[in-house]
Design a protein around this ligand. Structure first.
Ligand code: AMP
Ligand code: ZN
Length: 135
């Protein structure tokens, strides 16, 4: 399999690494949305959140918390978004699970907002019925 993030995560291709342990690498995004935009990726290949094992899923959030704190302190950011895209429609371009940490600054041009809709009664019922049955 020819996956660029596998090669980066395992050190075959150099990256701007902020942190590394046995299971994860944290690096700067090559096309940053803002100053300090970082990515957390597991060293093993999982295409997306659906494939990610529970144990790594929980540890990735603990690591995100640690990196978020370091970014906040080091870069004097004013906000921070966590973003994780699954599927091309959601903006995923690299099919190796990764979590974005996107620092926010006054006046930046990071566009992660949407126009809020209104939760309709019929939608609420359908969604609750279908999804709760699977959880
Ligand atoms: P996504 O659109 O969620 O799949 O995010 C992929 C991200 O990976 C984008 O923000 C890219 O800028 C970033 N990216 C792609 N190739 C590299 C690379 N070689 N090193 C660092 N970041 C990369
Ligand atoms: Zn991979």
């Amino acid at each position: 399999m020819d996956c660029i993030f596998c090669k980066i995560a395992n050190g075959e291709i150099p990256s701007a690494t902020l942190y590394e342990d046995e299971d994860f690498r944290v690096m700067l995004d090559i096309g940053p949305a803002s100053f300090g935009h970082a990515l957390i990726l597991p060293k093993k290949h999982y295409a997306d959140i659906y494939e990610l094992p529970d144990e790594l899923a929980s540890r990735v959030m603990v690591l995100a918390k640690k990196v978020a704190g370091a970014l906040k302190q080091a870069l004097k950011l004013e906000g921070l978004n966590l973003l994780q895209n699954n599927g091309s429609l959601a903006g995923q371009t690299v099919y190796h699970f990764h979590l974005h940490l996107i620092p926010r600054y006054q006046g930046d041009e990071v566009g992660l907002t949407w126009k809020p809709g209104e939760l309709q009664d019929k939608d609420r019922e359908v969604i609750i019925e279908k999804v709760t049955a699977l959880l």
